[in-house]
Write a protein that binds this ligand. Structure first.
Ligand code: FAD
Ligand code: N01
Length: 545
């Protein structure tokens, strides 16, 4: 068995990324007696919660559920303060996990993996990092994150801006004080929707540049009630088991009821009830919300009425109301005071569909209209809340070459192809945690991360017990899974939105619905069944002579 120390050049497994996925993977591999080394580009663990420190950043799945379930001791000793924990607390939790399970001794921080090349004769991967290290590994596990690479936004003139530019996803660790400043924010996705109310309360002026409005539901966040904690603690085992079989990997009381099974007044009452609870409860209201456009419109109209009620200026309310895609087909946002923020007299909304950004000037942002000159805005600071090259971005940025030197990026030139979102044909012993083709970003990611890590760990254990040196998806199984993923997606309304789920936010990225929309519980059954049938659809090989 190889050993893993800072000087090691040969390990059983390299894990890329030290977010929740990479850390739990390391813990499981250690439990199997495997030597693993984690490389993390950031200077700390925690992934998403290390990088995204913008004001208002917090989870939008209940913290009790968005947390690891693999260790009862960890669950017993950790206390969440709020229903939806803020970023700083989530980062403390990630750091606690690293310390509690003594993970840091096998995590190299400030180290970016730049390449991974498969050596078919040796049945091993050669992994290279940006500090010149080369490591040979039997297995490579990509825990690189689905939302870890910001999109490249290259507004003309951006380098000439005289003020400060901040990205929500690379926020300064010391925080930013916007007091007395004129601030412009570009984007109205989840990151912007969380940060806008807080920046608005601090800044002298906030101008929000919106290209596409998003649907957002209230979080109704607050301190975690002792009775909620007591109930969770008493029933945790049953809750955790049930969560694994839900569609989204968390509880939102999903019903079988179809929208038009109920009269309009009952529909409104049900949607009101869920709006009052807050968060993703609304998604569980009707089973046909995600598949039937007419049914979906009932919820969309309900949400539009809420926006009209919350925003005093009808013209602003109208601009904030999505019109060209069904409800929740772009990632639903969960907010604290977002819509009411537009009632403040220091906040202005700019519609980029009518007046696109022409350039960034030394003083601020210039927009343009079709017929006449643009408007100049002056800012002390600009916030880019412009999103991520989701699901494939981090993998694309590593030079990954499988059998016969085939590059993963080329293999995926027309969109990612995977078997279960876990492996790619032609890339033996390379695993992707929450990869494209798995429920991933459509779910509570902690549920999906644990499921993938456990599946991979069990798979490696199986290989060891059966004296197998490699596992690889067969092209046929991969093609069938891709068909299945596409088939399920085509039965939903998701493809109707220009979303990052579809790769639509990155110019030139192939249009393909990236995650698996069949649900976490159904997906788990697929994975478990495939493993139980001797890793059906995978080719296992013993060590080469
Ligand atoms: P990440 O946390 O993204 O970690 C991946 C790590 O890999 C990063 O630290 C990155 O630096 C590192 N890395 C990438 N490439 C390389 C490389 N080449 N070399 C070395 N290191 C590399 N999900 C939910 O379920 N609920 C939520 O409420 C929720 N809120 C979110 C809020 C924000 C602001 C964002 C951005 C995402 C949110 N997500 C949420 C999704 C979130 O990404 C996951 O919940 C989860 O944290 C992902 O963990 P991970 O370990 O898979 O990836
Ligand atoms: O990114 P986004 P995000 N000019 O892609 C706009 C998770 N998350 O960081 O919609 C002008 O959603 C873009 O406009 P459009 C969650 O999964 C969760 O906010 O493409 N505008 C959009 O408005 C989420 O979905 C939480 O037309 C430009 C915005 O920028 C995912 O991370 C919090 C532009 C980007 O929105 C990503 O969220 C934060 C341009 N050139 C994140 N380019 C929770 O609440 C982009 N935009 C838990």
């Amino acid at each position: 068995m190889a050993t893993a120390t800072a000087q090691t050049t040969s390990v059983d497994a390299v894990i890329v990324g030290a977010g929740f996925a990479g850390m739990y993977m390391l813990h499981r591999l250690r439990g199997l007696g495997l030597a693993a080394q984690v490389f993390e580009a950031g200077s700390g663990v925690g992934g998403t919660w290390f990088w995204n420190r913008y004001p208002g950043a917090r989870v939008d799945i209940r913290s009790l559920e968005y947390s690891f379930s693999f260790s009862p001791e960890l669950e017993d000793e950790w206390r969440w303060s709020e229903r939806y924990a803020p970023q700083a607390e989530l980062l403390r939790y990630a750091e606690h996990v690293a310390d509690r399970f003594d993970l840091r001794r096998n995590i190299s921080l400030n180290t970016r993996v730049t390449a991974a090349h498969y050596d078919a004769a040796a049945q091993r991967w050669d992994v290279r990092t940006d500090d010149g290290t080369t490591v040979s590994a039997r297995y490579v596990i990509m825990a690189t994150g689905c939302l870890s690479v910001p999109t490249d936004v290259d507004f003309a003139g951006i380098a000439d801006f005289a003020g400060r530019i901040y990205r929500t996803s690379q926020w300064p660790h010391e925080g930013v004080d916007f007091s007395g400043q004129r601030v412009g924010i570009i984007g109205t996705g989840s990151s912007a929707i969380q940060s806008i109310p807080i920046i608005a309360a601090q800044a002298s002026q906030l101008t929000v540049f919106q290209r596409t409005p998003n649907y957002s539901v209230p979080a109704h966040n607050g301190p975690l009630a002792p009775e909620e904690v007591a109930d969770w603690t008493a029933n945790r085992t049953a809750y955790r088991a049930a969560i694994k079989l839900t569609p989204g990997g968390f509880f939102n009381e999903p019903r079988e009821t179809l929208t038009f099974d109920e009269p309009p007044e009952a529909q409104i009452a049900e949607l009101e009830r869920r709006w009052a609870i807050g968060g993703f409860q609304i998604l569980g209201a009707y089973a046909d919300m995600g598949i039937d456009p007419v049914a979906n419109k009932v919820t969309a109209d309900f949400a539009a009425a809420k926006i009209r009620a919350l925003v005093e200026d009808p013209a602003v309310a109208d601009l904030l109301t999505p019109k060209d895609y069904p409800f929740a087909t772009k990632r639903l946002c969960v907010d604290s005071n977002y819509y009411a923020t537009f009632n403040r007299n220091n906040v202005r909304l700019v519609d980029l569909k009518a007046t696109p950004i022409e350039c960034i000037t030394p003083a601020g942002i210039r927009t343009m209209t079709k017929d006449s000159g643009g408007e100049d805005f002056s800012f002390d600071a600009i916030v880019l809340a412009t999103g991520f090259d989701a699901m494939t971005g981090a993998l694309d940025r590593i030079d990954i070459r499988g059998r016969d030197g085939v590059r993963l990026k080329d293999r995926w030139a027309h969109g990612p192809q995977t078997y279960l979102g876990l492996m790619v044909a032609g890339f033996p012993n390379l695993f992707t945690i929450t990869g494209p083709g798995s429920p991933s970003v459509l779910s509570n990611m902690l549920t999906s991360i644990e499921q993938h890590v456990d599946w991979i760990a069990d798979c490696l254990d199986h290989l060891a017990r059966h004296q197998q040196a490699s596992i690889e998806a067969s092209p046929e199984a991969e093609a069938a899974w891709v068909d299945h993923v596409n088939d399920i997606a085509s039965q939903t309304l998701y493809p109707q939105a220009n979303s990052w789920y579809m790769g639509a936010n990155v110019p030139g990225k192939p249009r393909q619905f990236l995650p698996y929309a069949g649900g976490v519980g159904v997906y788990r059954e697929h994975c478990d069944g495939i493993a139980a049938r001797g890793y059906e659809g995978f080719v296992l090989q013993s060590a080469a002579a």
